[in-house]
Design a protein around this ligand. Structure first.
Ligand SMILES: Cc1cc2nc3c(=O)[nH]c(=O)nc-3n(C[C@H](O)[C@H](O)[C@H](O)COP(=O)(O)O)c2cc1C
Length: 218
């Protein structure tokens, strides 16, 4: 073999793109939700994204600005899609669909509700029904006075204790870690080390940021 080109060509021909990870991105009512659109765009470059927004978050996010291929679900959809017994329940379907859930930003209010097990809207119902063998990432964002309130730590500790797959990080770190994990996986596929995407394996590769990193979203 005189050059490396034919080898590269063979690999390219044999390489079939695996299905993208399914990421459920959720926004709650922090002012940092003004960045939700750009977060959605960043994730959708390499993941299949569905979005969930609380009523309060829609004060900061213009739903018309989201990429057209991203479906945004709100509390209204939860009720309009259910008419009778036997119909699919949206929060259960989204929980089943997602490989990963990312709540960015996570407001103090939604944090408190999750920590207390409350579920009075679409976002908190999904979390209340969440399968903790799948990763749940949260990026809290709030005013420093709220952040320093003793409730914050108490609630974050509770979320941390829910499962080894609950992680606190800033949104940029979450994005970076998932992108890195995905590109490692793709390169493994190209090198024929892994031919099918094992979602468990993907999760296992995650390097997680734990509670000590109290970085804010904004
Ligand atoms: C202008 C404005 C900015 C706010 N910014 C924040 C914030 O950054 N973080 C936060 O936790 N709450 C913030 N809040 C309060 C939340 O919007 C409020 O607690 C709301 O009920 C949250 O609802 P949700 O958790 O269902 O989205 C803000 C409220 C207003 C009016």
């Amino acid at each position: 073999m005189t050059t490396s080109e034919p080898v590269q060509e063979t690999l390219a021909l044999n390489f079939s793109q695996p299905s993208k990870p399914r990421v459920l991105l959720a926004a709650s009512g922090s002012v940092a939700a003004i960045k939700f659109e750009s977060l959605c765009r960043s994730f959708s470059e390499w993941a299949e994204v569905r979005a969930v927004a609380t009523k309060a978050s829609l004060h900061f996010t213009d739903r018309k600005s989201l990429p057209s291929d991203i479906i945004l679900y709100t509390d209204d959809d939860e009720w309009s899609t259910w008419k009778k017994i036997g119909d699919e329940v949206l929060h259960i379907e989204l929980r089943k669909w997602a490989d990963i859930m990312v709540i960015a930003p996570l407001s103090a209010n939604t944090l408190a509700k999750i920590a207390g097990g409350l579920c009075d809207n679409l976002l908190t119902c999904i979390v209340r029904a969440w399968d903790y063998s799948k990763p749940l990432f949260v990026a809290p964002a709030m005013n420093t006075f709220m952040w320093n309130n003793p409730f914050t730590n108490r609630h974050l500790e509770t979320i941390n204790q829910l499962a080894a797959t609950s992680h606190l990080a800033d949104a940029a770190t979450i994005l970076f870690k998932f992108k890195l994990s995905w590109s490692v996986y793709l390169s493994k596929c190209r090198n024929k080390l892994t031919m099918t995407w094992d979602r468990q394996d993907y999760k296992a590769k995650m390097v997680t940021t734990k509670h000590e990193d109290k970085t804010k979203f904004r």
